[in-house]
Design a protein around this ligand. Structure first.
Ligand code: HEM
Length: 204
């Protein structure tokens, strides 16, 4: 018999996710203020220029550590398999809700897995280049130049991914936000969005 509610995210998973999200928003807003004058207004909201110059790198390190926790928790579940490759090949159909021919998903669909890997790789680049920019006097010139280039590039990739992620999880897929806030989904939601995962949970 169907269970009335299915646990989608445990409490530690949700805590890790939301703390990562908070640190990301702080590092993202303070970082864009340091990057572009057009975003300077965020500096006044976050305590002024000197404050964000001092706290942005600390926020960045907190974000990287939390993302490392998320990585440890989910990396094995985010491996791209043959069904995911087929899913990615027809992802345009998923985007227009024409899901005939789109392979069924496990706990995470291939789009969600791609987000996870884009965030993981960007976080490594942001962390490494951020340390160089934090202590420039200790770094050789070549490394400083690479960091000046790669830090904003990785930030753009990461921010772009999160804009799509927030749009998808709050506006496109009703029920997803409830899963990350309260931890559970209905059997119908699980069967229609993550059919392979739903069957595996039912067998348990
Ligand atoms: C800032 C606002 C954010 C919101 C509103 C948000 C919302 C959500 C929601 C609702 C889910 C559950 C989706 C499902 O049930 O399948 C989720 C999952 C996830 N989130 Fe976030 N998130 C945010 C930020 C972030 C950040 C900053 C990261 C990482 C840098 C992140 C990484 C993930 C990952 C890897 C998953 C699992 C895969 C997926 O569902 O895409 N999220 N998020």
């Amino acid at each position: 018999m169907n269970k009335p509610r299915i646990e989608r995210f445990t409490f530690p998973e949700r805590m890790t996710h939301w703390l990562t999200a908070i640190s990301f928003v702080y590092a993202g807003l303070s970082g864009t203020a340091l990057w572009s004058r057009k975003m300077w207004w965020t500096a006044s909201v976050l305590g002024g220029g000197e404050t964000i110059r001092a706290w942005h790198p600390i926020g960045g390190v907190v974000f990287a550590l939390l993302l490392a926790l998320m990585f440890r928790r989910w990396a094995t579940q985010m491996k791209i398999d043959a069904d995911d490759r087929r899913w990615l090949a027809v992802s345009h159909k998923y985007a227009i809700h024409d899901e005939a021919g789109v392979p069924e998903s496990g706990r995470f669909n291939a789009g969600q897995k791609m987000l996870f890997w884009v965030q993981s790789v960007s976080a490594i680049v942001l962390f490494a280049s951020g340390i160089v920019l934090w202590f420039p006097e200790l770094m050789p010139r070549g490394l400083r130049l690479i960091a000046i280039l790669t830090h904003p590039l990785a930030a753009v990739a990461s921010l772009g991914g999160i804009v799509v992620h927030v749009y998808m999880t709050t506006l496109v897929v009703p029920g997803a936000l409830n899963a990350m806030l309260r931890g559970w989904v209905t059997p119908g939601w699980a069967a229609s969005h993550h059919a392979k995962w739903f069957r595996a949970v039912q067998r348990k």
